[in-house]
Design a protein around this ligand. Structure first.
Ligand code: GLC
Length: 559
């Protein structure tokens, strides 16, 4: 395993120029429209992030990843991009962006931008040009247009379904159809087109020149496609074999790595090289290619995020992913929550196997809530979430934290239909509740119309119980989840060393105990009976010890 990862002995300046800064970084994901609203229009904005740099610094994170902040009609929370080289005027200006980047950098925090290469929005100037241009034109060749089926072409070219539900094809005025793997407002680019490729290289340089340190690559596994006729029917798609050998027409084709090799050349034009992490919902055996140093360099593993709170599952996943990281040359990535999934405090409070489970054929349908109202144990969920996070923050590799999880926020389940924004909700006749519940604006103070999110009305309504979780409330409380994250992140910096861990067998299958070089122990009790802790100094615990023992569903770090 690599031993040259960022370590505790580095100064913040050294970390900022270290080409390996990302290997064990704690990355905080900001969903900009719901983070902090500086101008009272109900939407979070870029200046709001700049104003909260002291908060980010006090958390002790190494980098922020911003979900899309580009001009967008928000048909899919900003993942429908109108213009890749600009800031949404509702969120600010390029000058605001530059100011934010320099404020973050001065605070020793790196900046990762989300890039959305699989599709643009239907308002993108290229798509508008495609609509205004005839069949077979160069403008249409930047996207994926096809004639329809049937004598008059009135049937879509195939029966494929979009990830958000409904057909993956949309008809345009002259009768042709275009492909959209996600919402109809998100037409897929044609990555066989040189112009498309070059334009993205330009975008990568545009943001890198403005101080962006890395990129999170949206749906990295879908870019290149083989749409030669005849198109397979949906029943013939998604079978395990195709996902294992790269022969699926649009998920995880081998050619996609040619695209990322070109991106790597651009990343390496910079000092330190720009970094990237792939969002690629692929078979575990094929993940390493995205994480290769000649490709994007790192890929998300969503294994812990899909697991139950269960010692065996955690042990297997950690072991496998560390082996995988070792083989690919990347460091591992750990994540429990993001803007697409039910928050982990909520998942862990649901009965095992209940709620949001079941892998879809595209590998990701599982993440949509299923509309049922399973019984949620609020306290248990949070207790387990704190234990899981403390375990994660001791693991070798980088840790991704989603805004609000440091407050122990639960999923907001009771959003009225008329307030919902997520296309999954609308495209599934309301059966899927969608992802709005984890995107509700953060509570900063215990009072006020939007709990300190801004002076206006928050764009997604916040429930009354948010007051209890507000930053201001948690700052006063030593035992709060916010203070647990702060303490753990600070200790993590002090203790971080080589990307290695050693398991210690406690003779109890419900206990996971590992030690990092330098004698940093993490012990988690997944069972229901308190257990003895190993000898040493207790650094931090996710729940108070019980007569000196580690209680159920808790983690302790020992030196
Ligand atoms: C990714 C994003 C998700 C978005 C989708 C389409 O999975 O994380 O939020 O809806 O891509 O861009």
């Amino acid at each position: 395993m690599s031993t040259n990862a960022t370590t505790s002995t580095q100064t913040s300046d050294e970390r900022m120029t270290d080409p390996n800064w990302w290997r064990q970084a704690a990355v905080y994901q900001i969903y900009p429209r719901s983070f902090y609203d500086s101008n009272g229009d109900g939407l979070g904005d870029i200046r709001g992030i700049t104003e909260k740099v002291p908060y980010l610094q006090s958390l002790g994170i190494d980098a922020v990843w911003l979900s899309p902040f580009y001009p967008s009609a928000l048909a899919d929370g900003g993942y429908d991009v109108d213009d890749y080289r600009n800031v949404d005027p509702k969120l600010g200006t390029l000058a605001d962006f530059d100011e934010m980047a320099s404020a973050l950098h001065s605070a020793g925090i790196k900046l990762i931008a989300d890039i959305v290469p699989n599709h643009s929005s239907n308002r993108h100037e290229w798509f508008q040009e495609a609509l205004a241009s005839p069949k077979g034109s160069a403008a249409r060749a930047r996207y994926i247009f096809r004639d329809g089926k049937g004598p008059d072409g009135s049937q879509p070219p195939s029966d494929w379904e979009s990830v958000f539900g409904g057909s993956a094809w949309q008809q345009v005025e002259d009768g042709q159809w275009y492909l959209h793997l996600f919402a109809p407002e998100q037409p897929d680019f044609n990555w066989d087109n040189r112009e498309v490729r070059d334009d993205f290289l330009k975008t990568l340089r545009f943001w890198s020149d403005r101080g962006v340190d890395g990129f999170r690559v949206d749906v990295a596994h879908a870019l290149t496609k083989d749409l030669s006729e005849p198109l397979a029917s949906k029943d013939e798609l998604g079978i395990e074999g195709q996902l294992l050998d790269g022969s699926h027409p649009f998920w995880d084709r081998d050619e996609v790595h040619g695209v990322f090799a070109e991106w790597r050349d651009v990343f390496n034009e910079y000092t330190p090289p720009r970094t990237a992490v792939a969002e690629a919902w692929v078979h575990a055996s094929r993940r390493a290619r995205y994480a290769s140093p000649s490709g994007l360099g790192q890929a998300f593993n969503f294994d812990l995020l899909q697991a139950d709170f269960d010692a065996d599952q955690f042990r297997d996943i950690i072991t496998k992913n560390l082996e995988e990281a070792d083989a690919s040359g990347a460091s591992s990535t750990w994540v429990f929550s993001n803007h697409d999934v039910v928050r982990h405090a909520t998942r862990y409070g649901l009965p095992k196997g209940g709620g949001a489970k079941g892998l879809g054929q595209d590998g990701k349908a599982w993440l949509m809530t299923n509309g049922t109202e399973p019984k949620l144990d609020v306290e248990l969920g949070l207790r387990r979430a704190r234990a899981a996070t403390l375990l994660m923050l001791a693991l070798p590799g980088s840790a991704y934290i989603y805004q609000g999880e440091e407050l122990g926020l639960h999923e907001v389940a009771d959003i009225a239909d008329e307030d919902r924004q997520d296309p999954t909700f609308f495209r599934n006749a309301g059966v899927e509740k969608g992802r709005d519940g984890c995107r509700v604006p953060l509570p900063w103070s215990t009072e006020g119309g939007s709990f300190g999110f801004g002076s206006g009305t928050a764009h997604l309504p916040q429930p009354a119980w948010f007051a209890r979780y507000a930053v201001a409330a948690q700052e006063q409380d030593e035992q709060s989840t916010l203070n647990l994250y702060r303490q753990a992140l600070e200790l993590r910096h002090q203790r971080q060393s080589a990307e290695e861990l050693q398991w210690i067998d406690e003779g109890n299958p419900e206990v996971l105990h590992f030690v990092r070089p330098g004698g940093w122990h993490s012990v988690t009790n997944f069972g229901s009976t308190p257990v003895d802790l190993p000898a040493g100094t207790v650094l931090v615990t996710s729940a108070p010890l019980e007569d000196g023992k580690l209680g159920a569903d808790s983690t302790a770090w020992i030196a």
